[in-house]
Design a protein around this ligand. Structure first.
Ligand SMILES: *Cc1c(COP(=O)(O)O)cnc(C)c1O
Length: 642
């Protein structure tokens, strides 16, 4: 919907763009806009920048079509360093007598290039890896090079998993088996006896502290993970009897991802630290306290305890973890442990940007309708005319009620055959015209009557984006997780269209109609009017955690193209694309559902041959048809835009 003219002509500065799209609030110093209105990324949160639009152009030059995932590898590195540095600082400031030994949970982003970059960045901090399944343990064992860093094994474990971990012990790795279920204790005892390897054991404790936010069910009495206090006592008894009690050195908890409130983290840390101290008092050689994940990402930039946000910083998190462990240990007179965190989301979310192109718009009011030429104008139309002209000087709400009433009447007349299609079209058009006017009239009002609240969203233009929510933004669909979204260009022009976004899946849920805002949630996003022949790119930010691997094949779209970007060392704003990964081809995704491209082509050929024989098509046309079919098989699943 176009805003009234006076709004469109208001000057618009890049500072306003930064403010409207919240760059400074959610961006952590990594995003800004240049004087020409292009979005910049600051990989190291300093003055060195890359125009994201340039990356897109270069990728397109390399033959990679949109949608596109861009990984800013230096940004990833920056996050790893930041977390380690902040814990180091907190430890120094608190005169804490232990070390920080963080691990990266592989499940949050398993891509080899991501794990490699994290390992490289964390090398000097002895930053390790966490795994929660056999395949992830396979990755951890192979990728783990720094012998001074930890491997932590969480999750359900079968005998093979335990053996694999103990083999890791044998080749000198400091690898912890964290007991999630009591039944694992007996198997760890048995297998370590068989193999003659002494394990390193941790207990995941089921805390009574529950989290809040979307993933709160990872903790609390009914969580599916962890040992209750009676189970811990029982596990110790068994391990003592097997002569393995001195292998227990670690306490672990995880209260769920994206914890919005720092108070939850403090409470959980205190409770777990109490477990640590009590286990020490029972004579176990306790050394490590693993506080799991949960460190949030401020997706909406509101710094609040709203579920897509967090009311604390990474620095505050580090300080509170260190401080609370220290004070509990001091009170109990127990030597402090080394501290492990398993922060995944906070490490990887910011480095990845999804780029889509807006390929079409859907608008209720874009097609004009001619006034009916019938001599006798339908009464309903005359009534709608008068509501549009507001002949009675009614209030917005009153006009809305009247318009709704007349629209319903028009529908009834149409269904009964008393109104023809041209009249129906006119009735619809006038109704939408009225709604559009009501939106403009009430915009910015401090109070908007409840019934009118949904109007802006109903009247918003829908921008059709070449991507699939189910592949690339799964948490937005699955649990209403918000991600910041902004155009990559024209940020020096006022965005005058109130829009919602829809994807290209044939699913009404494939849309984005909730957007981040400092207060509350926006139901529409202001974007620019599309210009002919000018591609309009949108960036979805902070998408590096979980989205890649949890995305699905709905409508058989599949993985998107991807580029890995590095800063160029000797230039201020230089970059290079080191790697690119091709998204799925049509043939790839068909393979996942048991189709075989060759067989399908052969089946098509048979039918085309038959049609040629029957003289429905010329042989030349048949050949072309088959070529085209085969070419689409080899090509991408997403829309080919010009
Ligand atoms: C998922 C998970 C993590 C990662 O949590 P984030 O909130 O992404 O940091 C850490 N530890 C365990 C046990 C997990 O299951």
């Amino acid at each position: 919907m176009m805003l009234p003219k006076d709004h469109a002509s208001t000057p618009w500065s890049v500072a306003e763009a930064e403010n409207y799209y919240g760059l400074k609030r959610w961006g952590g110093g990594h995003f800004s806009v240049d004087a020409d209105g292009y979005m910049l990324v600051h990989p190291e949160a300093d003055q060195r920048t890359i125009r994201i639009h340039d990356i897109v152009n270069e990728a397109i030059g390399k033959g990679l079509k949109l949608p596109l995932t861009i990984r800013i590898q230096d940004l990833l590195r920056t996050r790893v360093v930041e977390l380690n540095r902040l814990f180091k600082e907190a430890i120094k400031d608190e005169s804490y007598d232990g070390r920080y030994r963080g691990v990266f949970p592989i499940k949050v982003n398993q891509l080899r290039e991501v794990v490699e970059e994290i390992q490289a960045a964390g090398k000097e901090y002895d930053y390790g890896l966490e795994c929660g399944s056999k395949p992830e343990l396979m990755i951890a064992l192979a990728m783990h090079k720094n012998i001074k860093s930890l491997i932590i094994c969480n999750g359900y474990k079968d005998d093979e998993f335990i053996r694999l971990a103990l083999n890791g012990r044998r080749i000198g790795k400091e690898i912890y088996l964290v007991v999630e279920q009591l039944s694992e204790v007996a198997r760890i005892i048995q297998i370590s006896k068989q193999m003659g390897v002494r394990p390193l054991i941790g207990f995941r404790v089921k805390l009574s502290t529950t989290g809040e936010g979307k993933w709160a069910s990872s903790a609390g009495e009914d969580a599916k993970f962890g040992l209750t206090s009676p189970e811990i006592i029982d596990a110790i008894r068994r391990l003592k009897r097997a002569g393995l009690a001195d292998c227990v050195k670690l306490v672990h908890f995880h209260i769920g991802s994206q914890v919005p409130n720092i108070q939850t983290i403090k409470k959980a840390t205190v409770e777990a630290a109490r477990f640590f101290c009590e286990l020490h008092k029972l004579g176990l050689p306790m050394q490590i306290m693993d506080v799991g994940g949960g460190l949030g990402v401020d997706y909406d930039g509101s710094r609040s305890n709203y579920e897509s946000s967090m009311n604390y910083t990474m620095r505050e998190y580090a300080r509170d973890v260190v401080y609370n462990i220290k004070s509990v240990c001091a009170d109990t007179g127990v030597p402090v442990p080394d501290i492990v965190t398993e922060s995944g989301r906070a490490i990887v979310a910011p480095h990845s940007i999804l780029i889509t192109e807006v390929c079409d718009t859907i608008s209720k009011t874009s097609v004009g309708v001619k006034k009916s030429t019938k001599k006798k104008r339908n009464m309903v139309l005359t009534d709608l005319d008068s509501i549009l002209a507001n002949q009675h000087g009614s209030s917005s709400l009153e006009r809305y009620h009247d318009a709704q009433h007349k629209k319903e009447e028009a529908n009834n007349l149409f269904n009964l055959g008393y109104m023809d299609l041209t009249e129906r079209a006119e009735a619809d058009a006038i109704y939408w015209q009225i709604c559009k006017e009501l939106v403009a009239l009430t915009k910015g009002d401090a109070y908007i009557p409840e019934e009118l609240e949904s109007l802006p969203q109903m009247m918003a233009e829908q921008y059709v984006c070449n991507f699939s929510v189910f592949q690339s933004l799964i948490d937005h669909w699955a649990c209403d997780q918000l991600f910041p979204i902004a155009p990559l260009q024209r940020l020096n022009e006022s965005p005058d269209v109130d829009a919602t976004l829809v994807d290209i899946t044939c699913d009404s849920e494939g849309k984005v109609s909730k957007f981040t805002d400092v207060e509350d949630v926006r139901s529409t996003l202001r974007l620019h009017e599309l210009k002919p022949k000018q591609p309009y790119y949108l960036g979805f930010f902070l998408v590096g955690a979980y989205q890649d691997i949890m995305g699905d094949l709905h409508n058989l779209f599949g993985r998107v193209n991807e580029v890995h970007v590095f800063l160029e060392d000797d230039e201020d704003d230089g970059f290079y694309i080191e790697d690119s990964i091709k998204g799925f081809t049509t043939n790839d995704v068909l393979g996942f559902t048991q189709y075989d491209g060759h067989i399908m082509t052969r089946m098509m050929k048979k039918q085309i041959d038959r049609a040629t024989k029957a003289d429905l098509i010329k042989p030349r046309e048949g050949t072309r048809m088959l070529d085209e079919y085969a070419e689409i098989l080899r090509g991408p699943t997403y829309l080919k835009t010009k």
